[in-house]
Design a binder for this molecule. Sequence first.
Ligand code: BTN
Length: 231
Amino acid sequence: MNAKEEKIIRLNEVGSTNDYAKARRGEGVPFTVVARRQTGGRGTKGRSFSSEEGGAYLSKLSFYESFPAKDAFQIMIGAAVAVCETVKEYGVTPVIKWPNDIFVNGKKICGILIENTFSGQWIASSVVGIGLNVCNCLPEALREIGTTLKEECGKEVCLEEVIEKLLLELSLPRSVEEYRAYLGYVGERISLLIGDKRVPATLLCVDEQGRLCVEIEGEKAVFSAAEVTLR
Ligand code: BTN
């Protein structure tokens, strides 16, 4: 393994690859952990993430020397664009549902969960967790809203090949322009959940800090992912 090559840990089963990576963060060594299945896969906002065998479940642990916290969205850009580039290689058209979901044909194919640690104004480390539905069988309750790469391709897909492509794509530098090129619903009417209020808006763009820029009743407004949910 040369200095550029990252350590890959492969597990048959784990609670959550993000939790595994976080538990070993103290060792100070970057790695990516890939699991065949997760028994306690986690999503954003405390949700669970279905993780049956056949999907790609991985977490990449990275450490930084001087990464300003204000640029944290760069990490999401890297992950979301890597997933889009990977699935695009299979002839499907992905869109990013801001900030961290990837959709194909109106159904979710991938979720991303990023967990950072901070040291003052700096990001000290990050765990980028990616759950990509490849040829896993989705639970009944998710079949209306979720999809898999196999379903979208209409043919068998090699999980190992998808994981290899994704790992490679994750190692490449990305720009906000690339993220914007995949951003879905631009110019479309959307519904924002602000607290418990649903607010109709038009999606304009995502800024460099990862905030959603919208128009509400003719007025421009900007929201962070902590402030609103895109419906
Ligand atoms: C979401 O859809 O809200 C985010 C889902 C993130 C799931 C991935 S699977 C690998 C990693 N381990 C976890 O427990 N979660 C992430």
